[in-house]
Design a binder for this molecule. Structure first.
Ligand SMILES: *Cc1c(COP(=O)(O)O)cnc(C)c1O
Length: 386
């Protein structure tokens, strides 16, 4: 057993990033400046999106995207049950209604059939969450959206870089939000990005991310000098900073390498777990490519004497930090009390959630550590076979 505790996540850091942050600090650009512009340009190019708008988090990105599509009080937005609260809270910001639907048991992504059943005359948008980095069934969702005149706003907090049929996530829906939170596949501590090809969404989100200041307004008045600006709406303070961009630019440079390193861990876990009847693993549909953000195992509880909580405790005793993604939204007191969800409407979430465990997967996880993790999983399971 390694002498040090294996954390559930550790961000990747290299000397170039450290140097670049120090250089940024010395440059005086501590907030939005040339590095943010450079990062937006490079990220947009990497994704293949017309517009890339850097913001302070995924949550900020999503708030801006919903504002830009003119979400209103009483409108409905369809989201999956198994996601982080951010996916739902941003809908509540508008006094709109998060319509939570069940997931597909194979990928734990939003179930397109459940989406179809949930569409009403009030539905305005769907927010697919690419769980763990595996893309949702975008063809079905896009065709439902077209038929019903809905917007698709993607939660790609896990999905960098991920592909659906050779198209990169970030190029499919009306607009997509990425997260650069410390645990995410491209991390800058905090941060987020909107990608879109829709000029109206891009323009509105760009204005609203910084106090509703219309940049074109001051361009029209160049003779007034750089002090002049016009406020056209009560905007937000959601801008990304050059210090964050210094980290993000370096992470983007290494994106392919970091992806390969996560794949290496995932392939190894697959090879150990694939044939063990005490667990199931999630496989990526053939027409998609994952970012390998999460590695989720499903415990076969019927064959075990322990529950998930005990399993995680036993892993901790062996020096391994695990996590759970996610507690279904309808189980949280706020959503349960406010929207009165019936647990019976979520049979897949109800049967899958108690079995889910996320194992450590990140580029700097050593071979020795991943061997220790997988050995621990197998040993704990075998010792607790029913
Ligand atoms: C992390 C996460 C978010 C929130 O991202 P922030 O950048 O922290 O706002 C949203 N959705 C999912 C699925 C996430 O995992």
């Amino acid at each position: 057993m390694p002498s040090e505790f294996i954390q559930f996540h550790k961000p990747h850091l290299n000397q170039e990033t450290i140097d670049s942050v120090i250089e940024t600090l010395k440059s005086g650009w501590w907030t939005t400046g040339p590095k943010v512009l450079k990062f937006e340009e490079e990220f947009g190019k990497f994704i293949g999106a017309k517009y890339a708008i850097a913001v302070s988090s995924w949550t900020a990105a999503a708030h801006l995207m919903l504002e830009a599509i003119n979400l209103k009080e009483g409108d409905e937005v369809i989201i999956p049950s198994i996601t982080f609260t951010a996916t739902a809270e941003i809908i509540c910001y508008f006094n709109a209604v998060p319509v939570i639907v069940d997931v597909d048991p194979a990928t734990l992504n939003i179930d397109p059939e459940a989406v179809e059943k949930a569409i009403t005359s009030k539905t305005k948008a769907i927010i697919p969450v690419h769980y763990g980095g595996i893309p949702c069934d975008m063809d079905k969702l896009i065709s439902l959206a077209r038929k019903n005149n809905l917007k698709i706003i993607e939660d790609a907090a896990h999905a960098f870089p991920s592909y659906y049929k050779d198209k990169m996530i970030g190029t499919l829906g009306d607009a997509t939000g990425f997260s650069f939170y410390v645990t995410k596949p491209l991390a800058s501590g905090e941060g987020g990005m909107i990608t879109t090809d829709d000029e109206n969404i891009a323009k509105r989100a760009s204005v609203m991310r910084l106090h509703g200041i219309d940049k074109d307004g001051w361009k029209r008045y160049t003779k007034e000098g750089s002090w002049y600006y016009e406020v056209i709406a009560p905007g937000f303070k959601y801008n990304f900073t050059d210090i964050q961009a210094a980290i993000a630019i370096n992470q983007l440079k290494e994106a392919d390498k970091l992806l390969r390193a996560r794949k290496h861990v995932s392939d190894y876990y697959d090879s150990v777990f694939a044939k063990n009847e005490l667990i199931e693993i999630i496989s990526v549909p053939n027409d998609r490519r994952t970012s390998y953000h999460l590695y989720v195992i499903k415990l076969n509880l019927d064959a075990l004497k322990i529950e998930r909580a005990e399993f995680i405790e036993l892993m901790k005793e062996r020096g391994v930090g695990c996590s759970v993604h996610f507690i279904p939204l309808y189980k949280h007191p706020y959503y349960m009390d406010k929207f009165k969800f019936d647990q019976k409407s979520f049979p897949v979430s109800e049967s899958e959630f108690p079995r889910l465990v996320s194992l450590p997967i990140y580029p700097d996880l050593s071979d020795r550590e991943m061997h220790h993790i997988s050995n621990s999983v197998i040993e704990i399971l075998e010792e607790n076979r029913r």
